[in-house]
Design a protein around this ligand. Sequence first.
Ligand code: FAD
Length: 221
Amino acid sequence: MKNFPRTEKTRVRRLPKRAHYDVETVYSILDAGFICHVGYVVGGQPFVTPTAYWREGDHVYWHGSRASRMPAKAANHNVCLTVTHLDGLVVARSGFHHSINYRSVMIFGKPHQVEDEAHKLRAMENFVERIYPGRWKELRPVTRKELKATTVLYMPIKEASAKVRTGGPIDDEKDYRLPIWVGVIPFQVSNSTPLPDSRLLAGVMTPNHALNFCHLGIRPA
Ligand SMILES: Cc1cc2nc3c(=O)[nH]c(=O)nc-3n(C[C@H](O)[C@H](O)[C@H](O)COP(=O)(O)OP(=O)(O)OC[C@H]3O[C@@H](n4cnc5c(N)ncnc54)[C@H](O)[C@@H]3O)c2cc1C
């Protein structure tokens, strides 16, 4: 199993038994989602921007409008990108021991802009296909203007950690006598019935990629 190195930045100090550094766990958490938070610093002020992402091999990609601040300010600077999945609420016998079951990843690195047009186009296709498999070929082609208006960033996944909590509450021994409900309330993201656009042309059927998001770990409600 390949592991990311434990660096000064990525070594989990708090509850290290929940830490994972293997590539498989980090990638599986990244691949189970498509929303991340990108943290970056501008003039000493930290900003954390939620945005969509996707993984291609050992790189993580995200994009933004050329008019947005985040892609411009994050490019060629140190960032911290996080991904979190909420798996459950852990209800304990004391407020102190309530917890959350989760899978999360933190990646440190320096993103760069995709300059090459063909690379940018391929990245945009991979982004759309990641969420809606089979959709790219149905869409009208991207224009040069649209491509110009879009900044795509990519960052090698070299310095990363994962942290995972599973299981029930861990209470103080004396509290196990308390007659109150305890347990785990599982959470999961689900998609619902698609709502067709008011200007959808008559006769156009709902495609499978608007109904099925199991590849993203999302189940129908
Ligand atoms: C959904 C969710 C809810 C949480 N709620 C709380 C809460 O209410 N209170 C609380 O104290 N903590 C909570 N945590 C845990 C929190 O993310 C931190 O792990 C914890 O606060 C310790 O922070 P630290 O900076 O002291 O960690 P340290 O162990 O000092 O961090 C050192 C390094 O470990 C790695 N690391 C730390 N945390 C994570 C992580 N979550 N995922 C991946 N890598 C990590 C990073 O590389 C980091 O730079 C929650 C996590 C999640 C995902």
